[in-house]
Design a protein around this ligand. Structure first.
Ligand SMILES: NC(=O)C1=CN([C@@H]2O[C@H](COP(=O)(O)OP(=O)(O)OC[C@H]3O[C@@H](n4cnc5c(N)ncnc54)[C@H](OP(=O)(O)O)[C@@H]3O)[C@@H](O)[C@H]2O)[C@@H](O)CC1
Ligand SMILES: [K+]
Length: 466
């Protein structure tokens, strides 16, 4: 489990550490870490270019340049705002033989020290102009410039980093945006930081939390998942959601709905009925994928919400809740609900997502007293109490039709097994992405292939945990 801290929190911790360490020592440690990573990336090549902005991020780059020069590496620097370039860093850089140039030419590696913690908005035109012409790998200092460090939002020109070297702790940008490979340099900040703002689950955490049958378990004790999804014309969503619930845990799965025949044909082990009213007892419901939004579907959603067991509401269920908020009245106040919108569904339900996806998910979680899993390149899962899990997107192979149906089945079965709803959603999202990666292995896949890779993904997570 890794924590991520917002820039305000990092600054406050930094101030407390700075009060008791010699001036400049944190920056030098940070810069030394950058230089070590640069040497690693250079792999024997010897020319480095620095893009240096107006603040301490540029100072880090200049000091890194100083350490690289001392190792015999040729370093040139573009100062984007010469009058405000970090004075001591620049003096050290010049002292060691560094050259200040107008434009980076013929370099093997670029160090992006344009802006870090204080960055807001996209790159400004002068910086954007330099970045547009880069043709060497980029090492970003602290965070890729032009990407908002607190939200990961990119709203114009930004640096595309191959590697990001950050200091003290991870910041939201490191999970929410593409930073390339992220390396962390320890600055002794952790004791001053307090609890993190966001948490990223490691695969080992997911493996440790994943329910597996104990000696005394039977098919009922491991939780029965109910799936209310699909229609006679479109049984696909029902087949995928039921299948993933079956593969996720050893508990039983009941399917209730118009796609019973199609589900039974694909999954003989599922207990199928045509109607929600005679589905039998379950410990969680998955409702919505492919269900439609007509009156019959509203009745299904109402029945599920008043059943008194945790509910994962996806797709058409979210649209129905957005169109007809009175449906919430059916919910027993103690019933945990996990909502899994993509951006358009989110907008129908809770207004625009905006650039701050974490804030949006938190807002909706508070408003609906539900766990909100906001799908996207990085998945954000927010609980009503303010806790947030983020799941860094490694690839986009999961962005395929039917993939959400698989995710809802995974969440439903973890809810049935009794996991905390936030953890259930976070673990399901992690296994979902891994299953997509394993299935894709470099080529596009349909959701049914993602589904088939779910057991391999769970195995991989459990291996990490052992
Ligand atoms: N925390 C720690 O523990 C440690 C932190 N350290 C380092 O300090 C860094 C933070 O430094 P910092 O606060 O001096 O600001 P920084 O990010 O360099 O920005 C400078 C100026 O850039 C401008 N600017 C803003 N947006 C912009 C944009 N989009 N495009 C272009 N320019 C933009 C804006 O100035 P403005 O022009 O608006 O006046 C802003 O003030 C941190 O990331 C890390 O590298 C380490 O040394 C040691 C330990
Ligand atoms: K940077």
């Amino acid at each position: 489990m890794r924590g991520l801290w917002t820039t305000d929190r990092v600054r406050a911790a930094e101030e407390r550490v700075l009060a008791r360490v010699p001036a400049g020592s944190l920056m030098r440690r940070a810069a030394f870490g950058v230089a070590v990573a640069a040497v690693d990336l250079l792999d024997g090549r010897r020319r480095v270019g620095l893009l240096v902005g107006a603040g301490n991020n540029g100072g880090d780059a200049l000091w890194a340049g100083y350490y690289l020069l001392r190792r015999g590496i040729a370093v040139s620097a573009v100062l984007l705002d010469p009058a405000r370039a970090h004075a001591e860093g620049l003096a050290a850089f010049r002292r060691a033989g560094g050259r200040v140039v107008d434009r980076l030419r013929d370099v093997d590696l670029v160090v992006d020290g344009i802006v870090g913690l204080s960055g807001r908005g996209p790159l400004r035109p002068a910086a954007a102009e330099h970045v547009a012409h880069l043709d060497a790998p980029v090492l970003a200092v602290d965070s890729p410039s032009g990407v908002d460090p607190d939200t990961g939002a990119v709203d114009g020109p930004a640096v595309r980093a191959d590697v990001t070297v950050t200091f003290g702790c991870l910041k939201p940008v490191h999970a929410l945006a593409d930073c390339g490979e992220v390396r962390l340099v320890d600055l002794g900040l952790e004791p001053e930081l307090g609890g993190p703002d966001l948490v990223e689950l490691d695969l080992a955490d997911v493996g440790a939390a994943w329910p597996v049958p104990g000696r005394d378990d039977d098919k009922y004790t491991q939780g029965v998942t109910g799936v209310a999804a699909g229609s006679a014309t479109y049984p696909g969503a029902a087949v995928l959601a039921t299948g993933s619930a079956l593969l996720a845990t050893s508990g039983m799965v009941r399917y209730a709905g118009a796609a019973a025949e199609g589900v039974r044909a694909q999954w003989p082990e599922a207990i199928c009925t045509g109607s929600i009213t005679d589905a039998g007892r379950v410990q969680s419901w998955v409702v919505g994928p492919g269900l439609g939004t007509g009156l019959g579907a509203e009745d299904v959603l109402r029945t599920v919400l008043e059943a008194g067991v945790p509910v994962c509401a996806d797709a058409d269920a979210i649209t129905m809740l957005a169109n007809n908020p009175d449906l919430w009245d059916a919910r027993d106040p103690d019933t945990p609900v996990v909502l899994t919108p993509h951006d358009r569904e989110f907008e129908r339900l809770a207004g625009e997502v905006g650039p701050d996806r974490v804030a949006a998910a938190r807002r909706a979680a508070g408003k609906f007293d539900a766990v909100v899993l906001l799908k996207g390149h990085a998945t954000v899962v927010a609980a009503p109490d303010g806790r947030v899990l983020v799941n860094r997107a490694r690839t986009s192979w999961a962005a395929t039709a039917g993939s959400g149906d698989v995710l809802s089945g995974l969440i439903g079965s973890l809810l049935a097994a009794g996991l905390d709803p936030l953890l259930a959603a976070g673990c399901a999202a992690r296994v979902h992405v891994l299953a997509a990666e394993l299935a894709a292995d470099g080529a596009p896949i349909p959701a049914s292939a993602l589904l088939s890779a779910v057991p391999d993904a769970i195995r991989a997570a459990r291996r990490e945990a052992s």
